[in-house]
Design a protein around this ligand. Sequence first.
Ligand SMILES: Cc1cc2nc3c(=O)[nH]c(=O)nc-3n(C[C@H](O)[C@H](O)[C@H](O)COP(=O)(O)OP(=O)(O)OC[C@H]3O[C@@H](n4cnc5c(N)ncnc54)[C@H](O)[C@@H]3O)c2cc1C
Length: 389
Amino acid sequence: MPLFKPEHRQLLKVLHPAREEEVSEVLSGLAAFMEEKISPLSPRFDSLAEKITSARKSLLENGICLIPYPSRYGGLELPFSAYTTAIELAGAADASVALSVAIHNTVADGIFLFGSEAQKKTYLPGIISGKKLASFSLTEPASGSDAKAVRTTARRVGREYVLNGTKMFITNAGEADLYFVLSATEKGPTSFIVEKSAPGLEFGEDLPKLGMRGSRTSEVRLTDCRTSAENLVGREGEGFEQVKTMLNSSRIVMGALCVGVAQVAYEKAVTYSKERRAFGGRISDFQLTREKIADMVTGISAARLLCLYASRLKEMGLEFSSEASQAKVFATETSVRVCDQAIQIFGGLGYTSEDVHRHWRDARLLTIGEGTSEVLRMLIASRELAKSL
Ligand SMILES: Cc1cc2nc3c(=O)[nH]c(=O)nc-3n(C[C@H](O)[C@H](O)[C@H](O)COP(=O)(O)OP(=O)(O)OC[C@H]3O[C@@H](n4cnc5c(N)ncnc54)[C@H](O)[C@@H]3O)c2cc1C
């Protein structure tokens, strides 16, 4: 089944009629690469038989993160919705690779939005072209959803800052060349870029996980870790607002990643339902199977649309935080449900075959990571209640 489908092309045509050709060319090129080099390895990434390192590097070198950035940093200057779609396709090819790339790009987004021109020139071209891998280090043992309660400290000493603390559950930790670290200064949460070579930076063991097994997740430990004062992003005390903005965009993308995961589970279930026979017919002939198929595809289409709608608001410079959270809650929960229905359609094979249940295991992370469904519902409700009706 091709990753880049007529419905993707159609939606992008609706959103960007004048740029459909160039967007489609980039996305079909990326899709062809992923179909050949990533999808076939996905079961091996899940079973830990192979590392994602080289597939991820090739995908980055093929330009997935160049899509939304200006050409002065080497980017393609294409709409954000094209990047959202690219991550959906990557999610269908392999969820762990897509997660690692999407979090890497969250750092690029942060440097692009809040970094100094010198930081952008130094770091952005390398990150978006895949020469350098990045890691977004926010969560701590005592502060997950409540990110403002950051306990890692940063103290200015001469021309450097000295950071102390522990970050937890960090994707790409140990593999990344750069760490975007939220730390507390006297003026409040503050963002820093820390290079892997910084003295006092260490990493924990790769954590075993339910899903997303190909992506590395571990602690980042900062012990009198020194980074140049030039690596302070923005000003002291601006870090919390910066990461909130970064998370808004990245929530759209995580939603899209889950749409890709749901799409591949759905396609496997549809194919199987046409092959498997029971009571003298194919299980796809039964109305109860058809109901599942109708609900699965409708959920996928609606989730995709929410992600693209939030992307379009972002492109247009409009407020999109509630829509981004709606897209993430709906897309991630839909994906878990679709993958669960796929298991049901496969019957006993669904429960025993890694290649069926791995999609549910992968999707399950994203009702937790980058803002839990509970916290995002709180955010959506407070935005909506603040509106005058
Ligand atoms: C595989 C993996 C990869 C990750 N990658 C990264 C990464 O790259 N960078 C990074 O910084 N972090 C990363 N994380 C961390 C992730 O973002 C956090 O786990 C997530 O934000 C939730 O934080 P927590 O685990 O501390 O849960 P908690 O905040 O302790 O929440 C526990 C439960 O309480 C609920 N809860 C909390 N507050 C409220 C409230 N006010 N009302 C109602 N319910 C509430 C939550 O919804 C949740 O159900 C990753 C996590 C995992 C598992």
